[in-house]
Design a protein around this ligand. Structure first.
Ligand code: FAD
Length: 327
């Protein structure tokens, strides 16, 4: 019997996040011929307008729960909307981005649906009726392959951004739109206001290029050359905890074991020593470039390219060269 593989799409500032398209591809890789690739959009007024893009990326059915009370994310409200969709769709599996929202909502959904959950998935394989999910362990030093065992409970999976390539979008693809009424539960808490602390021009977790600064930047102003390099490359700026603890930047920029995990195509570490807790958040990057004035810094052990030098000399030189190359 055909099953539904349901992706919980996520938008930010009215734009769908790339990881939602990657989750669609992951769902597609898990599904058998004849299964349905579906998506759910939950949000305030105008949310439905995002459906055509999900269709372009392969969603065949799109459930839309649109209500002014869903304008900002709230665990209780979004869970209630999602469970209303699950009750109609009866999905075989639910896929979330491994984002702040996905990490909050997925376990709530799993508990409510008596499901198992596999988190932070970087690969999906189907062989016959068996579907296995790959996820990193021990800060990326090992990987494990997991599978769900209960055929009756839906699977809940979170997908790490930037690991499973989305399919090419095709604007001619159409999807069936299904409006689902928001059950409007009586909430124990409500969102009064959301105060954004970062510009969020490019999402750190999804950026293809990340330029990161450590304690070696020496001050908040020391991030300026890194921001200029990131702007030229179309990347995002991250940081080590050393830089955050020193007050040079927001904790929202922290990469590592207790910060964000990033897997960009290029990671440029500037003035970062390479502590194991930092490596936990960036060692799976495709290409690592380290700039450090200490030739013995441990970051060079994981770097593909190392530049021994003062970041305040090297970074502006790189920016100038990339400006010329990309002009
Ligand atoms: P430092 O170790 O002080 O290194 C600064 C580097 O800058 C040095 O290598 C120096 O040679 C270089 N440098 C200085 N000046 C220049 C210059 N002008 N040009 C070029 N290079 C220069 N850390 C994280 O990053 N993320 C985490 O999530 C995280 N979680 C943690 C969790 C726990 C439980 C613990 C105990 C620690 C955690 N840490 C984390 C902290 C971690 O152990 C390190 O202390 C931290 O990563 C060090 O930051 P840093 O490399 O910026 O600073």
């Amino acid at each position: 019997m055909a099953k539904q593989f349901l992706v919980v799409a996520e938008a930010r500032s009215g734009k769908l996040r790339q990881v939602s398209f990657e989750a669609l591809r992951s769902a597609q890789l898990s599904a058998a011929d004849g299964d349905t690739l579906a998506a759910v959009l939950i949000g305030g007024a105008g949310t439905k307008a995002l459906a055509s893009e999900l269709a372009a990326y392969g969603a065949e059915a799109i459930y839309v729960v649109e209500d002014p009370q869903l304008e900002s994310y709230s665990s209780e409200a979004y869970l209630s909307a999602l469970l209303a969709v699950a009750a109609i769709a009866g999905p075989q599996a639910l896929y979330f981005g491994h984002t702040a929202i996905g990490r909050d909502l997925a376990p709530l959904a799993a508990a409510s649906l008596s499901s198992g959950q596999i988190s932070d998935v970087t690969g999906v394989e189907r062989s016959g009726d068996n579907v296995s999910f790959t996820r990193p362990l021990y800060a990326g030093k090992a990987v494990e392959k997991k599978a769900f065992t209960d055929p009756d409970a839906p699977w809940v999976v979170t997908i790490r951004p930037n690991n499973i390539a989305a399919t090419e979008p095709d604007a001619s693809r159409q999807a069936q739109l299904i409006d689902v009424a928001y059950p409007a539960p009586s909430l124990r808490s409500i969102i009064r206001e959301v105060v954004k602390k970062t510009s969020g021009a490019i999402d750190l977790a999804e950026a293809k290029i990340v330029v990161s600064g450590g304690r070696g930047v020496r001050s908040a102003d020391g991030f300026q050359p890194l921001e200029e390099l990131a702007a030229v490359l179309g990347g995002a700026v991250g940081a080590s905890r050393g830089a955050c603890d020193a007050g040079y930047c927001e904790y929202a920029m922290q990469i590592g074991q207790t910060g964000k995990v990033v897997t960009p195509e290029i990671y440029i570490a500037c003035g970062i020593s390479g502590a194991i807790q930092h490596l936990a958040g960036m060692s799976s990057s495709r290409v690592i470039i380290a700039i450090n004035k200490d030739a013995e810094a441990p970051i060079f052990k994981v770097a593909d390219y190392g530049i021994v030098g003062d970041l305040f000399e090297v970074v502006p030189l790189l920016t100038a060269e990339f400006k010329k190359l990309l002009a």
